[in-house]
Design a binder for this molecule. Structure first.
Ligand code: GAR
Length: 205
């Protein structure tokens, strides 16, 4: 399945997806990696893996919609069938989502619907939850509000800082995201309202 990835920063999730593809456990072809950040480390990781990259800096466009129109053109040119957001720190507008004729997935570092938006780990610590985690979901027109595909819990420990919690969640993310994508690609997705069930060969998940 021809897949594009958008990433804004470090790109460790991108790296985990590239690694899963290379090992043969994830049957997608990453055909393009994009970022709105010129110097994003994610772009370097993509280049090292031989994947074409492109930058869509917001300041190069008169308004947000123009940037997203360009993103869509680039995806059509690349015949993209699946879009993965991997630490992409901009919200894709409703017009983009409506016009995208392929699934869009995202990974978020909390157990949604708790702590959507920026700084999810900081929000979890400030709230005082004992358990947080990460969520892979389909992207809809809201903020981190789309139907959930997989979630996994991570304990919040007494001495945790934003960084230590983020790091422990990240380790789970690197396993959960490729697994969620694998299920979506190999499975038969059944959606009833917000509820997503993926029927794999090995049975009902
Ligand atoms: C990850 O923790 C991801 O879940 C989060 O940004 C980090 C990116 O790390 N995404 C969001 O917060 C999206 N709202 P990475 O660049 O190393 O993959």
């Amino acid at each position: 399945m021809r897949t594009a990835i958008l990433a804004s920063g470090r790109g460790s999730n991108l790296q985990a997806l590239i690694k899963a593809c290379a090992s043969g456990s994830l049957p997608i072809e990453i055909v393009a990696v994009g970022s709105e950040q010129l110097g994003a480390a994610a772009l370097e990781r993509a280049k090292e893996a031989g994947i074409p990259t492109r930058v869509f800096q917001v300041r190069d466009y008169p308004h947000r919609q123009a940037q997203e129109e360009d993103l869509l053109i680039w995806m059509r040119e690349n015949q993209v069938e699946l879009l993965l957001l991997a630490g992409y720190m901009r919200v894709l507008g409703p017009q983009f989502i409506r016009q995208a004729n392929f699934p869009v997935m995202n990974i978020h570092p909390s157990l949604l619907p708790a702590f959507p938006g920026l700084h999810a780990q900081r929000q979890a610590l400030e709230y005082g939850v004992k358990v947080s985690g990460c969520t892979v979901h389909l992207v809809d027109e809201g903020l981190d509000s789309g139907p959930i595909i997989l979630q996994e819990a991570v304990s919040v420990l007494p001495g945790d800082t934003e960084e230590s919690l983020a790091q422990r969640i990240l380790e789970v993310e690197h396993r959960l995201y490729p697994e969620a994508v694998r299920r979506l690609v190999l499975g038969k997705v059944e959606r009833t309202g917000r509820r997503v069930q993926i029927l794999l060969q090995e049975g009902l998940e």
